[in-house]
Design a protein around this ligand. Structure first.
Ligand code: FE
Ligand code: FE
Ligand code: ZN
Length: 310
């Protein structure tokens, strides 16, 4: 199986898409996901077309298909709550611009957290999401918005197949809407990922498996159904190595990009200061289908001793 695997990488002011690809290659990955700026704010820099052209060339050289590359919308964008009209409209306009940025970069998949209703109730929240997305998707574009399955923390919408289905049912332009599964979120929302094929059967029956455009691969710090959303490194959480490997190598999702969003690793157990990306080592385990008992210490050694740039 030709694995499509990558991780979250940084999009910086200086290097932009080019930096994303260099980072991706350093992890031995063949796809990637990034935020076009800080995930927690909406400040965005202008995209430099020259850097984009160089980046697209580098992707081609390395067989990275831009149809497998993902942009993640900032998580403060909340389409579900419209109690502040100005904020809601800002979110809608930001999302329109984010689609434009994806177009400029040649990227076709934009992952979005559906949003939190914050007291308005699930039904109203979902209706707000539908209304907002119909406005956003009202102009022609190649970009597909992929709604992420959420853990159900606080008042998050989109924690069940049924809620995702309701959102999709309300969208006028259904070709422009997809779904991004997140293994940690599914577990925390109460789904049994050990029986992943049963989940896919349910999903297929209610929504259609062809709607799945991306899978976020994360282990979870919490047991099933805790509605927490705390990611853990690959194989070190409650899902475990074999369960995640089975998701990644599931034949029914073989053409869907898998993206790691596992946490950075601290330099030692007590420090939270210097943090290293785990992705090179996690991808190695995934490709070998073999668990590395020394995952954390290998990551620390690699970045500490060899002065590898992150
Ligand atoms: Fe996300
Ligand atoms: Fe995710
Ligand atoms: Zn999460």
């Amino acid at each position: 199986m030709n694995l499509i695997i990558g991780s979250h990488v940084s999009f910086t002011k200086d290097k932009q898409l080019l930096g994303c690809i260099e980072e991706t290659l350093s992890y031995g990955a063949n796809t990637f996901m990034f935020y076009t700026g800080a995930p927690q704010n909406t400040n965005r820099i202008a995209i430099d077309p020259n850097k984009t052209i160089l980046a697209l060339e580098l992707m081609k050289e390395n067989n990275i298909d831009y149809n497998n590359v993902i942009v993640h919308a900032p998580y403060i964008i909340n389409l579900a709550n419209n109690s502040d009209d100005e904020k809601w409209n800002f979110a809608i306009n930001f999302l329109k611009q984010e689609i434009d940025r994806c177009e400029t970069l040649g990227i076709t998949k934009l992952v979005l957290h559906p949003g939190s209703h914050v007291g308005l109730g699930e039904e109203t929240g979902i209706q707000n999401i539908i209304d907002a997305l119909n406005i956003v998707l009202d102009r022609p574009s190649n970009v597909i918005i992929c709604i992420e399955t959420m853990a159900g923390k606080g008042s998050e919408c989109g924690k069940s197949i049924n809620e995702i289905k309701q959102i999709i049912n309300g969208i006028n332009n259904k070709d422009r809407i997809g779904v991004c599964l997140d293994t940690c979120h599914l577990n925390d929302a109460g789904y049994d990922i050990e029986s992943f094929d049963e989940y896919l059967d349910m999903f297929d029956k209610e929504i259609g498996i062809d709607k799945i455009k991306c899978v976020h691969i994360n282990d979870s710090k919490n047991v099933r159904g805790m509605s927490k959303d705390r990611h853990e490194n690959f194989g070190l959480g409650t899902l475990g190595f074999d369960t995640l490997i089975n998701v990644i190598y599931n034949e029914r999702l073989k053409d869907v990009p898998k993206i790691l969003e596992t946490p950075y690793v601290s330099i030692d157990d007590n420090s939270k200061e210097k943090m290293f990306p785990p992705y090179k080592f996690e991808i190695e385990m995934i490709r070998n289908k073999k668990f590395n008992d020394n995952l954390i210490s290998d990551i620390r050694e690699y970045y500490k001793n060899k002065n590898h740039k992150i």
